[in-house]
Design a protein around this ligand. Sequence first.
Ligand code: 6GU
Length: 235
Amino acid sequence: MRIDIVTIFPEFFSVLDVSLLGKARQAGRIGLGVHDLRDYAYDRHRTVDDTPYGGGAGMVMRPEPWGDAVDSILYASEARGVTEPVIIFPSPAGELFTQAMAQEFATERQLIFGCGRYEGIDQRVVDYASTRARVRLVSMGDYVLNGGEIATMAMIEAIGRLIPGVVGNPASLVEESHSDGLLEYPSYTKPAAWRGLEVPPVLLSGNHGAIAAWRREQQLERTRRVRPDLLPPAV
Ligand code: 6GU
């Protein structure tokens, strides 16, 4: 998969050099391009924002640098033979990011993240990008971040680990929170007793049926307690 990021803080993304994603890049499973929006600015001060039409607090990102950055990345996509990439604009006004969405994005050949700052990006950038690519506005939850960078990082981590070969043991992707719509069951390792706290005896029983049933019940109990919104109405 090819990932491109447009941002005024390219240095934010240096963490993608390390850990699982860093290894995936070294192995050639993920190709990354980080683009400084200011490289596409029109003036020597490298301005990318201006005051909002209609008034109001804060600044809005001007469309011209964004248009040129998007054009430049899409030109390179065409050369690579990617016909209709996905452009993701992280935004608190977007649809909520979910594991299902991560799974869908993990099957794409190219993802382009457009990180807005200030009060947002001129709406015409989204409208223009929609004529050239499949555009999604995506939110990380009902709270406010200063910009799209941290949201992009979270999405890249969630998506990247679903790309075949990125996570060493694919079975670990099956038994985790949200992969089956429920929260995951609690995990234990040695020692069997620690500071007076014991591992639930069923896990030491060797009875695989009983262990599976206990884990399922733990998943349901946890989900009912902290995330009842995830359960189907009948449970
Ligand atoms: Cl994707 N961006 C910003 N700026 N704030 C957010 C968000 C995204 N998701 C939740 N809050």
